[in-house]
Design a protein around this ligand. Structure first.
Ligand code: GDP
Length: 351
């Protein structure tokens, strides 16, 4: 029931306007978690970009696999976890590093281990959710996959298409045009157009930015459109600070000039970071929970139900088999009794 107050009367407050701040206080206390996965060919700058994105050196102890290890794809999926704190807000960030795709001689289903990893996290969550201690579940589900595409090819490679198609139902894919500093502005533009066309043509469902509501302010709507038109984000990473014109920044220094990682004219790096951290982190988590995990959960429940029905059918079948056997035995017993009776009668007759 809605209660409208007459004009001129002072508006009465029940107090639920404080709900957002209550939620805010509770979630801040709990802290936030986010799991980001990176995939793509070795050497496309995955680790450098992650370091640049989160201003850390996550890969200090990294061992770059040699050619032999890459051929046999013995390199495992590695998880790095760091705690970041900013203005009192804690974020537990997990980065899942995957072995480079396309490194092995035989690349058939080289993304299989990535798919399995994502499924294992869903499975673990499903188990924990159905278990006794639901209060302290650790959410290790993968919320986003940054998929690195080589700047040196003509659009997507077959392995990119196959990989993204295999994973798009399980994770939010954000495609990146790697090492964008190796391309001219015109090349970046035409490659982006081509890749967007190919993504559409091959039916790859990458992460969709949520549609803006009509009452959203114009600036916000424009920003969202720019984001959509920038896919795949052209990125540049660097692990070093460059000094130039009295400034110090993360960048790459070349004989002909300096590239600034965070300069929006040079790349979409800043747009990607803002999108990941400032504007869409929660939506990425929501889509993971509401769509990808729900799909997994529904499939799990379906196959469990199917197994239970089969089991029941099998046990019904064995009950029927038992009854049949029982009746056969009864019949055989009757026949035997009749034969015994006849034998006894004939014995009596001869006496
Ligand atoms: P990963 O194997 O995909 O993790 O690639 P790395 O991050 O180890 O980078 C491989 C090489 O590429 C290193 O020599 C990096 O310095 C270089 N690199 C990384 N990011 C960029 C970039 O944005 N542009 C260019 N030109 N080189 C880069």
């Amino acid at each position: 029931m809605e209660r409208s107050l007459g004009a001129g009367k002072q508006k009465e407050y029940v107090g639920f306007a404080t709900l957002p701040s209550q939620v805010h206080r509770k979630t801040v206390k709990k802290g936030f978690t986010f799991t980001l996965m990176v995939a793509g060919e070795t050497g496309l700058g995955k680790s450098t970009l992650i370091n640049s994105l989160f201003l850390t050196d996550l890969y200090r102890d990294r061992k770059v696999p040699n050619a032999e290890e890459r051929i046999s794809q013995t390199v495992d999926i590695i998880k790095h976890t760091i705690g970041i704190e900013e203005k009192g807000i804690k974020l537990r960030l997990s980065i899942i590093d995957t072995p480079g795709f396309g490194d092995a001689v035989n690349n058939t289903a080289s993304w299989k281990h990535v798919e399995d990893y994502i499924d294992q996290q869903f499975e673990q969550y499903f188990r924990d959710e159905s278990g006794l201690n639901r209060k302290n579940i650790q959410d290790n589900r993968v919320h986003c996959l940054l998929y690195f595409i080589s700047p040196f090819g003509h659009g997507l490679r077959p392995i990119d298409v196959e990989c993204m198609k295999a994973l798009h139902v399980k994770v939010n894919i954000i495609p990146l045009l790697a090492k964008a500093d190796s391309l001219t502005q015109a090349e970046v533009h035409s490659k982006k157009l081509k890749m967007r066309d190919e993504i559409k043509q091959f039916g790859i469902n990458i992460y969709q930015f949520p549609e803006c509501d009509s009452d959203e302010d114009e600036d916000f709507q424009r920003q969202e459109q720019i984001l959509k038109d920038s896919i795949p984000f052209a990125v540049i990473g660097s692990n070093i600070q460059v000094d130039s014109k009295g400034r110090r920044f993360r960048g790459r220094s070349y004989p002909w000039g300096v590239v600034e990682v965070e300069n929006p004219v040079h790349s979409d790096f800043l747009m990607l970071r803002n999108m990941l951290v400032r504007t869409h982190m929660q939506d990425l988590k929501d889509v993971t929970r509401e769509i990808h995990y729900e799909n997994y959960r529904a499939q799990c429940i379906q196959s469990m139900t199917r197994m239970m029905v089969q089991e029941r059918k099998r046990s019904n079948q064995s009950a029927t088999d038992f009854l049949l056997l029982f009746f056969q035995l009864r019949k055989m017993q009757e026949v035997l009794e009749r034969i015994q009776e006849q034998m006894q009668q004939s014995q009596r007759g001869t006496c």
